[in-house]
Ligand binder design. Sequence first.
Ligand code: TMP
Length: 219
Amino acid sequence: MRRGLFITFEGSEGCGKSTQVARLAARLRGSGQEVLLTREPGGTPIGEKIRDLLQFDPVGAAMHPETELLLFEASRSQLVREVIQPALERGMLVISDRFYDSTTVYQGVARRLDPHTVQQLNAFAVGDCRPDLTFLLDVDVATARARMLRRVRPVNSTPDRMEQEPVEFYERVCAAYRQLAEREPERVHCLDGSGSADEIEERIWQLIQSAISNQKSAI
Ligand code: TMP
């Protein structure tokens, strides 16, 4: 039986989500909450190998969009069964840096694969393990790209395969995320990612506190 709370973070590259994921996890742990932090693609030994193939391995340059979709789903199905579901069953609070909304947006809209197929594959990969709460950090494409280019990278490394997509790809990503938040306002909270990191952290903290107290009163 599932008892924990499952929280996901979404947004375009450069939206500031990884900063907020780290801040939230540290704050929750500081308040005595048991937290499991994970990410997609990745989060398991199998998933991290798939992440490398998807992002950095030069053989990935020949990858077809359909193959890309299935690799994201393969990483996810492993992560759900090996890590997320068992942690939720133990009553932990699970935070994932990206989850199936990324596939809906990147493969289903930006890559223009059939959205219905993407939805079916998402459902197959996760079963009934769906996020309770999702934070979308919304930034305009120009801000996101400027932040992405300023990222500190290992010496001689290049942007990953997805980061090399043209600006039109990222315009579709940002628009699709906003539509998702409009379609599912109860779950997906859209926050202005151009605000200060402290302000965003505070807003997320308020929303988490009310989700935790709603969960307690439902038990
Ligand atoms: P990041 O999480 O470090 O930003 O990198 C993950 C990259 O993979 C990012 O470009 C978004 C992309 N992605 C997809 O295209 N589909 C997915 O389902 C997931 C989880 C990520």
